[in-house]
Design a binder for this molecule. Structure first.
Ligand SMILES: NC(=O)C1=CN([C@@H]2O[C@H](COP(=O)(O)OP(=O)(O)OC[C@H]3O[C@@H](n4cnc5c(N)ncnc54)[C@H](O)[C@@H]3O)[C@@H](O)[C@H]2O)[C@@H](O)CC1
Ligand SMILES: [K+]
Length: 533
């Protein structure tokens, strides 16, 4: 598991470590680790020239010491001091070390054009403008220097790409776009979250001796090596019922394929038994594609409700299926709610629940559930969780309105894409459910748990039917007794890894992903068996 810690946790761990170490030791370790990575990249690319962009804080200090090391190793090095105060605005001891090592020092404010030319010549750029003390966005003088960087230069962000929100809550277009980020002690949330992941590039962690082993992570990412520990492997005393029966209410006359994709992937994930509830066309298709499935309702340990579900059509068969969907949602059994099923969610959930919206579905859910009139037929207020918790009906993320006049605010998919984590948290507050927000990076958010962030899938997985496959895998894991948080994040991992294997760099179809689940799980389990310890 990769664990990222909050800025506050990092600063506390740093303070503890510093109290036991000579002054400057942590920065010196950070700078040495950074210089080693930079030297290795220069060797790989036959690069010779280095420019460090140096801001006012300790991030600039790390960069000055690292550039000093690189100059001592024989590279042609310069630093550009970004603050308008020039020399007096940066880490004094770091600047002295750089000058002593023969580094050329330029003050950006003295001659912006000449300095931009210096930046443009670099084979490798160290971005030390701001680190964990930074606010999102770049000031104009910094943005100008970043724009001057040559497209072929290797850009290493020191600790994090300047301009990003260290907490990874807000997206920011105006940021350094790094090839690699060298971070210290532990990843930070921004490195793993959608708001910052792309600009982070390759992530390299330098050990500086701060101890966060017992500190709760803010964000976690499951890796291949976590699968064997989490995946439900049957024992000799198990039978099909004890392993978990999954009920699937999915597909319709309009969207029959979703039923096939969802039940296929649940079967491929190794569920003990499958029950399928649908209308005649998908019943016939599921019967053929997944002969293991039993048709009709019966006892189950968990439900999938919603892939391809048609909530509009009112003929007898559709109505009966919709009744089954509502009954599943009203039961106290664990449930994955996807696609059409999301329209049936009307507020706080008490049963273990995974909601799997994409950005547009999350926007629609928030708009509906945060509306003042949101509620169920029995008069329960759908939005009570959020208003009691202070999130405020209809308020934009981070908004400071009083929740009165702005209660009609419509949430859009772009709002969600601009601040995915905050919007996912809003749905968690409203429903008490685990929210899996789909995207290139998939977020799994549960109250009281570290956010899980999975980025295992190739862009080819953005294809119709992929979500139906995902819900089947998560349903199988819920039926086997995993918590919603583990089932959702493990399901996202296996779904993404399978897609990557099946794609092999080329196009994907959802059914092929469903059929790839079984060999992928087998190989991931084998990996766990062969791992040391
Ligand atoms: N905390 C730790 O464990 C360690 C921290 N170290 C380094 O120290 C850094 C944190 O240093 P600081 O707390 O001094 O903070 P930073 O160096 O991240 O930046 C703070 C300074 O930048 C200015 N600033 C903030 N946002 C800006 C923006 N958008 N544009 C331009 N200037 C902006 C602030 O006014 C302040 O002067 C870390 O990121 C890391 O690089 C390392 O030396 C090793 C250990
Ligand atoms: K930086």
């Amino acid at each position: 598991m990769i664990r990222a810690h909050s800025v506050e946790a990092v600063r506390a761990a740093e303070a503890t470590a510093m109290a036991a170490l000579p002054e400057g030791e942590l920065m010196s370790r950070a700078a040495l680790g950074l210089a080693e990575v930079a030297a290795a990249r220069l060797a790989d690319t036959d690069g010779t020239t280095v420019v460090g962009l140096v801001g006012a804080g300790d991030n600039g200090g790390d960069t000055l010491y690292a550039v000093a090391h690189l100059a001592e190793s024989g590279f042609a090095c310069a630093v550009v001091l970004v603050p308008t105060a020039g020399r007096s605005g940066v880490h004094a001891a770091g600047l002295a070390a750089a000058e002593a090592a023969g580094v050329m020092v330029h003050v950006a404010a003295d001659d912006p054009d000449a300095v931009a030319d210096v930046v443009a010549e670099a084979d490798l750029v160290l971005d030390g403008i701001v680190g964990i003390g930074g606010r999102p966005g770049l000031r104009p003088e910094a943005a100008r220097l970043v724009d001057a960087v040559d497209d072929d230069a290797w850009v290493i962000a020191v600790d994090l790409a300047s301009g990003l929100d260290p907490a990874g809550e807000e997206g920011e277009d105006d940021a350094v776009w790094a090839d690699e980020t060298v971070t210290f002690g532990t990843p930070k949330p921004v490195h793993l979250l959608p708001a910052g992941e792309a600009a982070t590039g390759r992530l390299t962690v330098v050990d500086i001796g701060i101890d966060l082993a017992d500190v709760a992570a803010a964000v976690e990412r499951l890796t291949w090596d976590d699968v064997a520990a989490l995946w439900p492997v049957p024992g000799s005393g198990d039978d099909k019922y004890s392993r978990g029966v999954l009920g699937v209410v999915a597909g319709s006359e309009a969207y029959p394929g979703a039923a096939v994709l969802c039940t296929t992937s649940a079967a491929e994930a190794g569920v003990g038994m499958l029950r399928y509830v649908g209308t005649p066309t998908p019943v016939g298709l599921v019967h053929q594609a997944v002969p293991e499935a039993v048709m009709g309702e019966g006892r189950v340990q968990a439900w999938v409700v919603g892939p391809g579900l048609d909530t509009e059509t009112a003929d007898d068969a559709a109505r009966a299926q919709l009744d089954a969907a509502r009954a599943a949602l009203a039961s106290d059994l664990p449930v994955v709610v996807d696609a059409g099923g999301l329209a049936l969610v009307d507020g706080r959930r008490t049963a273990p629940t995974v909601l799997t919206p994409h950005a547009g579905e999350l926007a629609r859910l928030l708009t509906r559930l945060e509306a003042p009139s949101a509620g169920t037929d029995d008069g329960t207020q759908g939005g009570s969780g959020a208003s009691a918790g202070g999130s405020g009906a209809g308020r934009p993320v981070g908004g400071s309105g009083d929740g009165g006049d702005d209660a009609q605010h419509e949430v859009t998919a772009d709002d969600v894409k601009g601040a995915p984590l905050g919007h996912a948290r809003r749905l968690v507050a409203l429903t008490g459910a685990t929210v899996l927000l789909k995207g290139a990076t998939t977020l799994v958010v549960t109250d009281g748990e570290p956010v899980r962030s999975q980025a295992d899938a190739p862009p080819w997985l953005a294809t119709a039917g992929a979500g139906d496959v995902l819900s089947g895998v998560i349903g199988a894991l819920l039926a086997a007794g995993l918590s919603p948080h583990d089932a959702a994040s493990l399901g996202a991992l296996v779904h993404g890894v399978t897609a990557d294997r099946v794609s092999g760099g080329g196009p994907l179809r959802a059914l092929a992903v469903a059929h790839g689940i079984r060999p992928t799980v087998r190989d991931l389990l084998a990996r766990g068996r062969s791992a040391p310890g």
